[in-house]
Design a protein around this ligand. Sequence first.
Ligand code: PLP
Length: 413
Amino acid sequence: MHKNGFTTTILHSDRRLSVEHGAVHKPIHTSSEFAYADARELAAVFQGKAGFTYGRQGTPTTTALEAKITQMEGGAATVSFATGMASLAAVFSTLLRKGDHLLSSQYVFGNTNSLLGTLIELGVEVTYVDPTDLDQVRAALQPNTRMVFTETIANPGTQLADLAGIGELCRERNLVYVIDNTLTSPWLFQGRSAGASLVMNSLSKYISGHGDALGGAITDTGLYDWASYPNIYDSYRKGPSTGWGLLQVKKKGLRDMGGTLSADSAHRIAIGAETLALRMAAHCSNALALAQMLDAHPGVTKVHYPGLPTHPQHERAAALFGGRFGGLLGIELADGIDCFDFLNHLQIVLNATHLGDTRSLALPAAHTIYYEMGPERRAQMGIADSLIRVSVGIEDQADLLHDFDQALQACMG
Ligand SMILES: *Cc1c(COP(=O)(O)O)cnc(C)c1O
């Protein structure tokens, strides 16, 4: 009887065993390919049966994380990606075609703005509107409008879209409604509650929370019926029609474009996600206290934070997010205070891009993340030259307030 050699035995030992062992954490499955004892089973998985074939299209580790995110969003299904941008690129490029019209918030994240520029080059029509004003959104609809896109809280101006109003409008007009929920996270807000068709989350931000992993996810809320949506290929018109859109995003977007979340990152994100609620509560209460302190400070002329009663959409935020207002604020400094000097005087807060980290991070928005788009578009987005974006961390509150105060005092001389 034939006996396999040393190398063959080692190469094939793992798949003969159960690798789960009752482990509390989903193991980091690094296998690129998945083998089957029966070739018919392999074919069945290729033809739609649940299972794994090649790691670009998912592993047990990413699938476990997707299930977690689906539960967080109260959705029907989720597909994960290497980054938030990969997930947005997949949605826009696989569900829109040349000649289609996309209505977008004018306040979107800088890289999303740049991505939409690429879509325009490829023949998609894009109109930017102020999503806080439902009348503007309604007035901008065209016969070829297929999709409406907005973020929940805009960054760094903190404008708050009329999320529920837009949802109702999209339902009436049978439009796909995509919400970027990154700034709120599913703990503050579920896109489904406002009628979203698809919800995007950058997993790199609050959901992972520790600045040690990149990822993105698209969650299908199950609310949109794709049966009448013209851009779905025949191969993806399978199963209940509420699932066709996400299936196409997974096949055309994840499989063909290849922006796959690694198992290692999926594992870190899954661990981080365990404390999302605890961290968000601390981010929100620290941000509110800091916003109130800065609002009353002579060194600051303007604080953008939905938790302040003077914020234009304060009431809407209070109603939608259960009395919490997120962890991001924008501040404009008094004349004569140089934003770079101020940032350099902060001792706890890091000069860094990114948001949703446990540590507080700050940057001069016009000179960094919004530099590339130029002064005209910055003015349209309400980004002043002195605007500082702060991602408020979970440090002890008194330490944070003290740090901002001492830095302002130092600059005021
Ligand atoms: C960071 C961010 C993204 C992109 O996510 P990445 O994971 O960094 O690619 C998209 N939208 C918003 C609102 C973001 O803050």
